[in-house]
Design a protein. Structure first.
Length: 300
């Protein structure tokens, strides 16, 4: 779900960007063919971020042609990957992927980590969370994974109390209204920036901070990406389970994680807030399996 942690969940129209997705052949599972003849389609949110141009160039230097397909809607890249319209996607954290897999009955899997990004609370009316007046309204994203994380940010900032104490499954029903300083409303993630004139503050996913004319330094509260419990919010490359051993895809993950210009672009795009991470794939798989199990239990 990131950095733009996470780029942790946002519906913008992407249909024109999907035009012609079937026009190029994609790599077969296993990826042992001539990579120079392959076109690997990767779905992202925020194609204009500097890491993607650097990534295309670095991949080309290794004989791999990639096509970055831009989405403005977090809900679209996973189904497009499932259906084979994309080969990989890189826009989400583990919690978001787990929720998709459980809800859709799919088995997309993580094949590499990218970064973890703090999730921030922003306001055009107040300079600190403490300044927000009691009874005002704060907006959070409405997708389950990012909403839970946003509520934890609000609790850490002293704006709300969660009945459960806060988990990755917290939602608006978990807000103890009598013990909370503010009211909370949930909006589609891409609308949280535009809600700022109408609310006291909003938790805005990193992908949409610039859309609000803000910088990451403008956050008046945020979570801590160094927390050991933050692994579920690590952003990942995801693909279909049958393609998890594709050699070309693995090479692309390696390029992303090690190329200096790609890494510099990633940090630049996050306003310096993104923390690049190289997490063992086995750890990603273990975390995904656990969060999926917890998600199934939470959904009953």
């Amino acid at each position: 779900m990131s950095h733009r942690t996470t780029k942790l969940i946002a519906a913008l129209a992407a249909a024109p960007l999907l035009f012609g997705l079937a026009a190029c052949a994609t790599p077969a599972a296993g990826g042992e063919g001539d990579s120079a003849s392959e076109v690997v389609k990767i779905g992202v949110v925020g194609k204009g971020d500097p890491q993607w141009a650097a990534f295309e160039e670095a991949a080309a230097d290794e004989g791999i042609t990639i096509e970055i397909v831009d989405f403005g809607d977090y809900a679209q890249p996973n189904p497009a990957t499932t259906e084979g319209e994309l080969d990989l996607n890189q826009f989400q954290h583990i919690v978001y992927l787990a929720d998709y897999n459980v809800s859709a009955g799919e088995d997309l899997t993580a094949i590499g980590s990218t970064a973890i990004y703090p999730l921030g609370l922003y306001s055009t009316k107040y300079e600190s969370a403490d300044d927000i007046k009691d009874g005002e309204t704060v907006a959070v994203p409405n997708d389950p994974s990012n909403q839970a994380r946003a509520l934890l940010v609000l609790q850490s900032a002293g704006l709300i109390e969660l009945k459960s104490g806060g988990t990755i499954f917290s939602d608006l029903a978990d807000v103890d209204e009598s013990a909370s300083r503010v009211k909370v409303t949930a909006l589609e993630a891409s609308l949280t920036p535009t809600s700022l004139p109408d609310v006291a503050a909003a938790v805005i996913n990193n992908d949409f901070v610039a859309d609000a004319g803000l910088t990451f330094e403008d956050a008046i509260a945020q979570d801590d990406p160094s927390d050991p419990n933050a692994l579920p919010y690590v952003n990942i490359f995801a693909t279909r389970a049958e393609d998890k051993d594709n050699a070309t895809y693995k090479k692309l993950v390696e390029i992303f994680q090690t190329d200096p210009e790609v890494q510099a672009g990633l940090v630049e795009a996050s306003g310096g807030t993104g923390v690049p991470v190289v997490t063992p794939v086995a750890d990603l798989a273990e975390s995904l399996a656990k969060v999926e199990a917890d998600t199934k239990a939470a959904k009953g």
